[in-house]
Design a protein around this ligand. Sequence first.
Ligand code: SAM
Length: 241
Amino acid sequence: MEEREYSQATGKKEYVRNMFDSIAPRYDFLNHFLSLNIDYLWRKRLIAILKTHKPLFILDVATGTADLAIQATTLNPDKIIGLDISEEMLKVGQKKLFDKNKDCIIQLINADSENMPFEGGSFDACMVAFGVRNFENLEQGLREMYRVLKPNGIVAILEFSKPVNFPVKQLYNFYFKRILPVLGKMISKNDNAYMYLPESVNQFPDGANFAAILANVGFKDVKIKKLTFGIASIYTGMKYL
Ligand SMILES: C[S@@+](CC[C@H](N)C(=O)[O-])C[C@H]1O[C@@H](n2cnc3c(N)ncnc32)[C@H](O)[C@@H]1O
């Protein structure tokens, strides 16, 4: 994503909302197809990390079409709330909840992760999959997650990262920059969405840089778990008071 594209719109948030609204009907198919279904396994790893914490109230930030929220029902929580700024992504998610009979346990809310409509100390766990790199103000979004967590609550964040070793780095760059934008454009019918993906990953402060931001916001015991040669990572942190 280049600076000039943001300035043509009203800012990154509006750009991101419009983009996800426009690709929502094809998002799930594209996600699984372009990642060869690895995204499902990555989300499963995140849920496995949460399992030891036995969270009862879970917040799925940037829930999109609710895949992570649905996978989190395996933790047997009392309630999961999925929050997203894209109404169209939520509509697709809501249909999935009805179809899978998960609408009693999962509630979807159209709201901004940088200004969440919850009291402080509401959730045992806060999770995000492929959402944080889309935030307009990353630190503000993370501060909000810290605020809404209960003491001893855990944050778990799954996000793309940049592999550093040969030949994965080269293969990854070729796929992300040459193959994925072409396939993504053909299938999503959106010119920019899959150009935006590699750019947003490139600009995201991954690895130790992201861990440092989490620590700066107040999270303790920040850990990084690299997945699939570093193509994605799960970051965890605790809110201790
Ligand atoms: C790549 S999708 C990920 C969706 C889902 N978590 C998944 O794993 O498939 C990113 C989502 O982040 C949402 N998003 C971006 N900025 C947001 C914000 N400030 N507040 C809430 N949601 C946001 C987008 O609308 C989009 O649905």
